[in-house]
Design a protein around this ligand. Structure first.
Ligand SMILES: Cc1cc2nc3c(=O)[nH]c(=O)nc-3n(C[C@H](O)[C@H](O)[C@H](O)COP(=O)(O)OP(=O)(O)OC[C@H]3O[C@@H](n4cnc5c(N)ncnc54)[C@H](O)[C@@H]3O)c2cc1C
Length: 495
């Protein structure tokens, strides 16, 4: 049996690995001149590493980490301290540091610590943030599901005064490339529930090298050793049907045939190559609901050190929001002065600006946040515009995500935008969907039941006791009131 996979990003490469393991012949075609899709990197003309964008890993990316382990490259993730730095004007740092206490005490102490030095909003507002997020940790899955109907901003307004969620905005923007006023409440709260689930899950990891370097070549070697074929610069321009089956795909003006076809390309690319009749089906019509959430990346090389922090920074009111000094994160690769790698998002309003203007806006703000940057010389900067963006996880989008088995007998879909329990896109979604795609192909075409995906199970700490303790507290308070009323009643009858 032969499978033709279109798209050589994380999902396409992982699907190739999975199908080869099942004994299926694989040919993977990639339109671009490099593999890796959005999770890629390359060297520039000076030999410096350019990442398509700053990517962070979380411990709850269990399927991604499992995949890296299978490829023998799990040690290439450098896990950092469970802390995040907020950089504020004049070099004032505020730290969100998760302690090693059982959940949710680790998150509570982190917020209380942030109160000391986070100055963007009055302290009393942060109590509302804390209370609202605290209650969200206890939401049932059903309640969370319903929150895909409203935005995170609408949810926040229900429970807190204006701006109380400002400290979370850089994280929201950096993870989803979308402002709180647009992003689904379910998506954000799902993410928050994972980070707040245990001290361990609040940790972030960075690739120990160019993102592409650490996984793309290893995957390609695995694929080639197992007899799989891969090629670059091969753009699938049409999917050709015969009844309810894919007959062939068109590449470079020629029809290519296989037994099964896997789309590992974006929803925007897929809807452009499907035949017209596909859109008689709601499954494919849903692809037109997908919007692109753009981002840009900026890398700035300084001639000296600006900070020794080696984890993620957040800042409010900037065109960048999430960033890191890679000279601290990856000192073996970026020696000498600081090298800031920054995610610029939501980027809708800056996308059309020239690189020099984007840099001017960013460096002015960097100097306000890091006074030591004022005397530093910028050795060079790069605005990265290639392969940027994730799908915009607007309310209602979760139900539009296509399942990996399409209505056509031999067409399957994978990719971070396809349906998974992982809200919004991201590398874990890319791998989960690649695994699930292989699981259903094994069942449909080989009559085999295989299980590749694993479930993430956090250590819940004290969380299971909080609801019963709250109910017990309310019950005891009620009994106390009744007791008092009874006593008051007795004394009035005895009078
Ligand atoms: C700026 C940025 C920061 C990010 N940060 C993080 C992060 O910190 N953590 C995280 O988990 N995730 C992050 N992500 C998301 C992560 O990169 C993606 O979820 C993941 O790479 C998606 O992989 P994919 O295979 O689904 O899609 P892609 O990587 O988009 O792969 C699709 C491939 O299909 C190819 N293709 C398209 N059309 C055709 C065609 N017609 N024929 C053949 N090939 C075609 C494309 O060239 C591409 O290589 C970030 C993404 C960006 C852009």
């Amino acid at each position: 049996m032969k499978a033709l996979i279109a798209g050589g990003g994380m999902s396409g490469l992982a699907t190739a690995v999975n199908l080869l393991d099942l004994g299926i012949d694989v040919e993977l075609v990639e339109a671009d001149e490099i593999f890796g899709g959005r999770a890629s990197s390359w060297k520039d003309e000076d030999g410096d590493m350019i990442d398509n964008a700053l990517h962070v890993f979380f411990p709850y990316y269990v399927n991604l980490l499992n995949f890296l382990k299978k490829m023998g490259i799990e040690d290439n993730i450098l896990w950092k301290q469970t802390e995040f730095y907020y950089m504020q004007e004049g070099g004032r740092e505020a730290v969100l540091k998760f302690s090693n206490l059982p959940a949710p005490l680790h998150a509570l102490t982190a917020f209380l610590g942030l109160l000391k030095s986070y100055k963007a909003i009055p302290r009393w507002k942060l109590f509302f943030t804390m209370a609202a997020m605290g209650s969200a940790i206890l939401y049932s899955d059903k309640k969370l599901e319903k929150l895909d109907e409203i935005t995170f901003g609408q949810w926040a307004h229900r429970y807190s005064p204006k701006d109380a969620f400002l400290p979370l905005e850089p994280g929201v923007n950096g993870l989803t490339f979308t402002p709180s006023s647009m992003i689904s409440a379910k998506v954000m709260l799902n993410w928050f529930r994972k980070v707040a689930a245990s001290p361990e899950s609040a940790r972030v990891g960075f690739a120990n090298g160019g993102l592409g370097d650490i996984w793309v070549d290893t995957c390609l070697d695995y694929i080639h050793e197992k007899g799989g074929k891969t090629s670059l610069g091969k753009h699938v321009s049409a999917i050709n049907l015969e009844g309810t089956k894919v007959k062939s795909v068109t590449i470079g003006g020629r029809d290519r045939k296989a037994d099964i076809y896997i789309s590992a390309i974006s929803p925007y690319a897929l809807r452009g190559i499907l035949p017209k009749e596909a859109f008689n089906l709601q499954y494919f019509r849903n692809l037109w609901h997908f919007q692109y959430a753009p981002s840009l990346s900026l890398q700035v090389w300084f001639d000296r050190k600006l900070t020794d922090v080696d984890v993620t920074f957040f800042s409010n009111n900037c065109i960048f929001n999430t960033y890191a000094d890679l000279s601290n994160v990856l000192p073996d690769i970026f020696s000498g002065g600081s090298m800031f790698e920054m995610v610029l998002s939501p980027a809708d309003h800056i996308l059309g600006l020239p690189d020099s203007i984007i840099y001017d806006i960013a460096i002015k703000r960097i100097r306000e946040l890091f006074p030591s940057a004022t005397g530093a010389e910028v050795r060079k900067y790069k605005v990265v515009r290639e392969r940027q963006g994730v799908y915009r996880a607007l309310p209602g989008m979760e139900k539009r995500r296509p399942y990996q088995r399409s209505p056509y007998d031999n067409l399957y879909l994978t990719g971070d935008y396809t349906r998974t329990y992982v809200s919004s896109g991201g590398m874990e979604a890319a791998i989960w969907t690649a695994n699930h795609c292989a699981e259903i192909i094994a069942a449909d075409k080989l009559g085999k039941s295989i299980s590749l995906n694993i479930e993430w199970k956090p250590n819940k700490g004290l969380l299971p006791f909080i609801k019963p303790a709250a109910y017990a507290g309310i019950g005891l308070a009620g009994l106390g009131v009744l007791n008092r009323m009874r006593k008051a009643g007795k004394s009035s009858t005895s009078e």
